[in-house]
Design a binder for this molecule. Structure first.
Ligand SMILES: [Zn+2]
Length: 339
């Protein structure tokens, strides 16, 4: 089969890889219906993470082709969605709703789902079958549920977005935009998207943003305060992962408010004294997408939400390198790869 390999920063190639096989009796093999490139794939692409011949990709939807002897909840022919973290969904951490930190977790990035086929560990715990074979136009939205939608959703839940709340969103990538969508679905009264790109502002508004703030850093914080009677937002979603974005999120939050942070943290150091004085709740990390999948699949199936709108470039798998370039150069928000 063909699959994406990153040999070094900036060096992405589509190569012939071994077809995956069942290794553990709890595994399933899927044929991908589509794959995509994640904003977090840009960290190694830009040299911020080590990379040396690694298979790439952790988002996936597709059809089960084979199951191990112990798999009972999905069968060949089922169309399935899974999280970017495979989990047993039975351990104490999973049952508490933190499947992304399952005691048996397998990061799907180690499998590499920018490929034609993928082995899914803990298939019973990880995969959720859709009610039937989806219409073609639902596939991008179902693929978004695998990571960016589930991550934006967790960020909104962690930030306690809900009725009567003002939510600010730091980051206008796919996760930030879908954090806006999640905040809207959760009933937030006012949603402030922080973005300086016209096309992303437009999508943010379509997803439910009521206000746009173009300023960043201290100026962005001042603007959020200005819009909230000097108090700051009740709920702030952080969807970037840098020192600047994290501090922008914390400083935009009112005392007693909540920050949901899901941008993969890179060299972020929190100043203790400022944090002490801020009196904000911090909750974040790799999103337990599996917890939300049944609900998100249903919302997509019923066409209540359209998270697939974040894909603004579609390329065949063979042109993955161009997809990485387009996202790196910000010519695309999120790239869908057809397989
Ligand atoms: Zn578990």
């Amino acid at each position: 089969m063909r699959g994406v390999i990153m040999h070094a920063p900036g060096d992405v190639r589509v190569e012939e890889r071994e077809n995956p096989v069942i290794v553990e009796p709890t595994d399933a093999i899927i044929k991908l219906a589509a794959s995509c490139i994640c904003g977090s794939d840009l960290w190694p692409y830009r040299g911020a993470d080590d990379v040396d011949g690694a298979p790439m990709g952790h988002e996936y939807v597709g059809v089960v082709t084979e199951i191990g002897a112990d798999v009972t909840t999905v069968k060949p022919g089922d169309f399935v969605v899974g999280s970017f973290m495979a989990s047993d969904n039975t351990c104490e951490i999973c049952r508490a709703g933190y499947q992304s930190r399952c005691v048996h977790v397998v990061p799907m990035g180690s499998v590499g789902t920018q490929a034609e086929y993928a082995r899914i560990p803990h298939a019973d715990g990880t995969l959720v079958a859709t009610p039937g074979r989806p219409d073609e136009d639902l596939i991008p939205s179902l693929l978004a549920a695998s990571d960016v939608l589930g991550t934006g959703w967790f960020a909104a839940v962690a930030a306690e977005a809900g009725p009567g709340k003002t939510v600010a969103v730091v980051g206008d990538g796919a996760v930030g935009l879908l954090g806006v969508l999640a905040a809207k679905q959760l009933g937030a009264e006012r949603i402030i998207a922080m973005s300086r790109h016209a096309d992303r502002q437009e999508l943010a508004r379509r997803f439910g943003a009521t206000d746009i703030v173009e300023e960043r850093g201290d100026e962005g914080v001042a603007k959020i305060k200005e819009l909230t009677d000097g108090l700051g937002a009740h709920s702030v979603i952080e969807a970037v992962g840098t020192q600047e974005s994290m501090m922008q999120a914390i400083r935009s939050t009112r005392h007693g408010g909540h920050v949901g942070f899901v941008g993969v943290s890179h060299d972020v150091e929190l100043p203790g004294q400022e944090l002490f004085g801020s009196m904000v709740h911090l909750h974040g990390g790799p999103a337990p997408v599996r917890q939300y999948l049944p609900e998100l699949i249903q919302l997509i199936w019923d066409r209540t939400i359209d998270p697939g709108a974040v894909f603004d470039l579609t390329l065949p798998l063979d042109q993955a390198a161009e997809g990485y370039r387009a996202m790196d150069e910000r010519r695309a928000t999120k790239v869908l790869l057809t397989v």
